[in-house]
Design a protein around this ligand. Structure first.
Ligand code: SAJ
Length: 440
């Protein structure tokens, strides 16, 4: 039997040893899915706290149940270590490390490079490697292939196998999870795609093959660029509707009654999270190497990035209309998370709104039931969530709704507040034609 046939058989028999590099919100659920499918899984992560939790059978990711971890650890199907040398015993390795942006806006490939350099030390014949981290098209072939194969005189597609499969984890979502969300898989060669698909088909319900790693890398960027551009479109629509004196929320709700050919997005104070504002910039960055300017991405990014400033200017104008200056006013910002009902503040527009309000001379407080403390990474300021929210609502000259958590009682907030600026249409009908409320 060839190396490929032997490996495929081991994968189909669940005798292949699996390693997941990077045990975050992507890697840990993947490790559990492979373990529950019957593979012997070793999670590898440099973070000793993560490894200590897992070794005790405890989860640290809200979407992963501690019972599931405990069961797999007890059953000997899941182990965790900071020791990368374990990789020499592995047959199948999935790389699930972060791909953030640098402050300059360029891709930060340091996590992929670090994982790749560790893995490179332990590469051997008969391995399959799958990269899951969202990245620019060409990463798998240009970065991983030379380092993991060529340098070890291993022929890809014969001695070892390399593919890309974009992660599609949406933290907090319960309907679409790692096991039932279709998984795109693209190999460096046809044989690579076949081996990687055979592996993932052993645990994930639907694996969708594409012809190359680049096609798989690009499909993920299309998914999230699609969202970012459409959010930019409705944000610009909100700005246009303000000029026209038209209610943008009414316009979008009306358009959304079209049962085909339309998909609803809503305007807001900007774009947060670790995917949507970032992934498209990996594509526009790559296209610069072809001297091609990805204008849609650049324009949408410019509009979305400007929304915190637009919101603060709207608050300033609304205060002015009420004979008040923003300077010296007490402002309560409701919501720090980047989207409703979660505790993630990464790239949250709330941080920008707060910073800009402070620069205008306002005395700013915030409340977020999920986020007790915020620290602005770039500007360096710290703030604690107010404890008595309704007291702060009453005392504020203006309440700015930035993240529309469901847990808030918007009727009570509007009744208690002097004035509310609602950037999310959280107040809905209550906020329409209400002199105490202005909406984006
Ligand atoms: N946002 C708007 N208007 C919208 C939708 C979102 O302003 O109509 C804002 C949100 O407030 C947030 C940012 O955009 O600040 C991103 O929101 P998101 O709903 O896209 O949520 P994310 O960042 O958690 O995106 C993830 C992505 N999942 C993966 O990359 C695997 C994305 O592809 C999913 O479509 C999205 O979850 C989802 O649908 O929940």
């Amino acid at each position: 039997m060839t190396t490929k046939e032997t490996l495929i058989q081991k994968l189909k028999d669940k005798k292949a040893k699996v390693a997941i590099l990077g045990l975050g919100y992507v890697g840990l659920p993947l490790a559990v899915v492979f373990g529950q499918a019957g593979f012997h899984v070793t999670g590898v992560d440099p973070d000793k706290r993560k490894i200590a939790s897992l070794s005790k059978g405890e989860s640290y990711i809200p979407d992963v149940k501690t019972d599931d971890i405990a069961g797999l650890v007890k059953g000997g199907l899941l182990a965790a270590t900071t020791d990368f040398s374990i990789l020499k015993e592995m047959d199948a390795v999935s790389i699930c490390v972060p791909t953030p942006l640098r402050q300059t806006g360029d891709p930060d490939m340091s996590f992929i490079i670090s994982a790749m350099e560790e893995l490179s030390k332990h590469m051997h014949r008969g391995m399959v490697v799958v990269l899951e981290s969202t990245t620019y098209p060409g990463t798998t072939r240009e970065l991983l292939l030379p380092k993991l194969g060529t340098e070890h005189s291993l022929t890809v597609g014969e001695d070892w196998f390399l593919a890309f499969s974009p992660e599609r984890v949406d933290p907090g979502r319960e309907d679409w999870t790692t096991i039932n969300t279709p998984k795109v898989m693209g190999g460096i060669t046809e044989a690579c795609g076949e081996v990687a698909a055979a592996w993932y088909e052993g645990a994930i319900q639907t694996v969708h093959r594409v012809s190359s790693a680049e096609a798989a890398e690009m499909s993920k960027l299309l998914e999230n660029t699609f969202r970012m551009i459409n959010i930019g479109l409705v944000n610009e629509l909100a700005i246009m509707c303000e000029y026209l004196g038209v209610d943008v929320w009414e316009v979008i709700d009306a358009a959304a009654t079209k049962p085909f050919g339309f998909m609803k997005f809503t305007p807001g104070p900007g774009l947060g999270g670790h995917c949507i504002p970032i992934d498209p910039l990996y594509l526009s960055w790559k296209m610069k190497s072809f001297n091609y300017n990805a204008r849609f991405i650049e324009l949408a990014s410019e509009i979305n990035t400007n929304m915190p400033r637009y919101v603060v200017n709207r608050v300033l104008e609304a205060m002015n209309d009420r004979g008040k200056t923003l300077k010296g006013s007490k402002v309560l910002v409701l919501g720090a998370a980047y989207k409703p009902d979660i505790d993630d503040v990464r790239e949250s527009p709330s941080l920008d709104v707060i910073g800009l309000l402070q620069k205008k001379g306002a005395a700013v407080e915030y409340h977020d039931p999920y986020i007790p403390h915020i620290h602005h990474e770039y500007d360096g300021w710290h703030m604690d969530s107010v404890t008595d929210m309704m007291k702060s609502v009453k005392e504020a000259d203006v309440v700015v709704i930035v993240t529309n958590h469901r847990v808030y009682d918007y009727e009570a907030i509007v009744n208690a507040a002097k004035f509310v600026f609602d950037s999310r249409n959280a107040t809905g009908k209550l906020g329409k034609n209400n002199e105490k409320v202005e909406r984006l």
